[in-house]
Design a protein around this ligand. Structure first.
Ligand code: AMP
Ligand code: GLY
Length: 423
């Protein structure tokens, strides 16, 4: 089988790494890919939202299966594009159709879905510039901190958590009237603040049945002790030590099951990953958000713990036979630490040579914002590499990742030295 992975981050390198281990995979392509995927697959210089370019590549390379990494092509309807095209409609696509991708594409859509299917989440109301006055009044009824969310995709930056009421009102105006996040904030969801510790749950579905992958927790802030600006994720741990059997049961019965059943009831076709962002409030899980893809860097700790052949799973998802698959998980813990360019998530320099890659033996190095140039590997993004290790527990795995990081360097390299600090 010939397989194409769309994306260029650490998540997609991890997908490629796992798919390359399958005997069912004949040729593997990644578009656009990075220096890591170049070592195990053929990179194609095509953007993930260039549907026509993707179509040409799929036909040229006789692709049978397309795995969509990031949300943008899904929210823009890549799966629907395949289904509507005579030449592409028989090709399997891992990722939901556009209507279901709205779970990530619109916060309001996701909140209405949860309300309809009685899935526990924060209380909310949504506003546009036409009823901004009601938005101010709603804020006055809440206790601080105030949670303001741009309805649409805002590259992970669209959520503001604000202590002061006047500031919250003024940010609401910035979002609705002054288009702080462009069209994404033409509508704003204001939510009740939930206090607790976060974790993520990853679900595979063929639209009928589901399988739950290991939980993971990521570290979103740039600074130690979870301080400073939000990033795409600075590290991750799997499994999540505080997610007991009982708590996982609550997640499955109160959240995963009603989500998959809700998709069916609402006639939202879904073959793909559901990434459920959760918060543990007291002893109960509540949903913070849905994503319609895997997390990054969570993928870098979840897939290394999956023992199954990933291509078998993808085939079953496409055929609607996921119920026949038994998921097997490695008992070891896995952790990953992100190396990032100094300055990220604000301005940073690119093109820095990365040294020491051949020295790392006890960890898996997943490339993210890195490219090959003249036989060297150089930085090309904010998040550069994820250093994943196994251990009998997360402490041991984290220690190994830090030992491996000591062998690596590039100019202005930065990473958090406290991943796992709160567990
Ligand atoms: P989201 O993009 O919806 O995942 O939100 C980004 C981050 O904002 C989450 O990872 C949480 O840390 C925080 N957050 C979002 N919604 C809430 C809420 N209702 N209560 C507390 N924190 C929240
Ligand atoms: N690490 C969070 C995300 O992928 O959205």
């Amino acid at each position: 089988m010939n397989i194409l992975v769309l994306g260029s981050g650490g998540r997609e390198h991890t997908f490629a790494w796992k798919i390359a281990q399958s005997e069912k995979c004949d040729s593997l392509f990644v578009a656009p890919g990075n220096s890591g995927t170049a070592e195990i697959a053929t990179n194609l210089n095509i953007s993930v939202t260039d549907f026509e370019g993707i179509k040409n590549a799929v036909i040229t390379h006789h692709i049978d299966l397309v795995v969509v990494g990031p949300e943008d092509p899904l929210v823009q309807g890549i799966h629907d594009y395949f289904l509507a095209d005579e030449d592409l409609k028989s090709i399997s696509v891992i990722g939901p159709q556009k209507a279901a991708a709205e779970l990530e594409g619109s916060k309001e859509f996701a909140k209405e879905f949860m309300k309809r299917h009685e899935i526990p989440t924060a209380a909310y109301s949504s506003f546009t510039k036409d009823n901004i006055e009601e938005g101010y009044q709603f804020l006055e009824t809440l206790q601080p901190p105030y949670v303001l969310k741009a309805d649409g995709l805002a590259a992970g930056k669209g959520v503001l958590i604000i202590q002061d009421l006047d500031e919250a009102k003024s940010e609401l105006k910035n979002m609705l009237v002054d288009a702080k996040f462009g069209n994404a904030s033409a509508k704003v969801v204001i939510e009740e603040f939930l206090d607790g510790i976060e974790l993520s749950c990853f679900v595979l579905t063929d639209g009928k049945d589901y399988k739950i992958l290991p939980t993971a927790k990521d570290y979103k802030r740039i600074g130690e002790g979870d301080t400073g600006l939000n990033t795409g994720g600075m590290g991750a741990v799997s499994p999540v030590p505080f997610a007991s059997e009982e708590f996982l049961n609550k997640i499955e019965h109160r959240i995963v099951k009603p989500t998959v059943e809700g998709l069916k009831k609402d006639n939202l076709p879904y073959v793909g990953f559901i990434f459920i962002g959760l918060i543990k409030v007291g002893d109960d899980p509540k949903v913070i958000e849905y994503n319609v893809r895997m997390g990054d860097p969570e993928t870098e700790v979840v897939l290394p713990r999956l023992k199954n052949d990933l291509v078998d799973i993808f085939e079953a998802m496409s055929k609607g036979t996921l119920s026949e698959i038994e998921i097997e998980i490695d008992n070891r813990a896995a952790t990953t630490i992100m190396l990032v360019s100094g300055g990220y998530p604000e301005a940073y320099e690119k093109g820095k040579e990365i040294f020491g890659l051949d020295e790392v033996k006890d960890s898996i190095v997943f490339h993210a914002g890195a490219q090959s140039r003249d036989g060297k590997v150089v930085t090309s993004g904010g998040r550069v590499m994820a250093i994943t290790s196994y251990g009998s527990n997360y402490e041991e795995a984290i220690k190994k990742s830090y030992q491996s990081i000591n062998l690596l360097c590039f100019d202005k390299m930065y990473y958090r030295k406290d991943i796992g600090f709160d567990l």
